[in-house]
Structure formats: C-alpha cells, structure tokens
Design a protein around this ligand. Structure first.
Ligand SMILES: NC(=O)N[C@@H](O)C(=O)O
Ligand code: NI
Length: 163
C-alpha cells in the first residue's frame, strides 16, 4: 500500500465526511447592510462539550511540499475551524477513523479564502500553511481537560502535488 498521498482540490462534497468547507462560492444566503454585504449564514457546525467555543489566532510556519506526514490528531470534545486571514491556499489532511487510529489519509488544497471546520473527532494533520504569514482565526473548544489525541505513524506518509 503506497504511503504517497496526492493532493486534490478541496470540495465540500469530498470533505463532507470530515467537516465543513467555508467559502463564498455561490450566492449569499442573505443580503444585508443596505445591500452592500452578502451573508453566508451558519455555514459550519460548531460542536463543543464541557466547555465553550472560543476564537484564537494561530500564526504557523509555512511548510514546503512534498510534506512528510508523521502524525495526525483529533479532538474528541469539539470541532475545530481554521479560517485564513490571508488570501493564501493551505494544506488540509484528514483521515477516517480505523479502529481508533487514522485510516487512509486524504490531502486537499484549499483555494484562497476558503476555510475548513473539522467535525468533532475528525483525524487531521496540524495546521499546515504553504505561504507566509500563516495567520488563521481558529474556532474551537476552550475548556479544561484533555481534548487532543495524537497518532504517530511508524512510517510517515508523503503528501505531494505533482503540479
Ligand atoms: N493543538 C492545536 O491547538 N492545534 C491543532 O489542534 C491543529 O489542528 O493545528
Ligand atoms: Ni487540531
């Protein structure tokens, strides 16, 4: 079984088993502010137990491709959304659960301005910008107690895009 994962363009359909895609493709749900703003209303499921939803900022180092994926993680007590604060694509890696560990990873490239919201318990790679400044707003659980399960692969996957 190849440990090479090809990056594909992110689509809401392909990502649906793992979470929500946030973007302004298509018409807005509401026009507000005297017709000067489109509201894309309630587009992601925030799901938190034993705590509250909070907004944090992440400033992450950009990575180069191909990427060695050594670890995936999940948050059993809450969803986690990454909303870019720059118009740069970033890498999103997710996997189904396979008996308590990540199954086959899937790698996606966002389009500039797209964000993602991992559903509670979705295996994912850590935030992986591909361009500076790597600045994101993050909406996730603020609470006490552990909310992070990591899985370190014995053999890393290689995340690549041949473009
Ligand atoms: N641990 C943390 O706050 N960040 C990770 O959850 C991540 O997905 O980047
Ligand atoms: Ni996370």
């Amino acid at each position: 079984m190849s440990r090479v994962v090809e990056i594909r363009p992110l689509t809401a359909q392909a990502f649906a088993p793992f979470g929500d895609v946030l973007d302004v493709s298509g018409p807005p749900d509401k026009i507000i502010n005297q017709g000067l703003c489109g509201r894309y209303h309630d587009r992601a499921k925030i799901d938190v137990t034993d705590g509250k939803a909070g907004i944090s900022l992440f400033k992450a180092e950009p990575r180069n491709l191909p990427l060695q994926l050594d670890m995936m993680e999940r948050h059993p007590q809450g969803s986690q959304a990454f909303l870019p604060m720059s118009m740069d694509a970033f890498l999103v890696v997710v996997a189904p659960d396979a008996d308590g560990a990540p199954g086959q990873p899937h790698a996606f490239l966002t389009t500039p301005g797209q964000g993602v919201n991992y559903h509670r318990g979705t295996w994912h790679g850590v935030l992986t910008p591909l361009h500076a400044p790597g600045l994101f707003a993050v909406v996730d659980r603020i609470g006490v107690g552990a909310n992070l399960q990591e899985h370190w692969f014995e053999t890393a996957y290689t995340i690549t895009n041949h473009q």
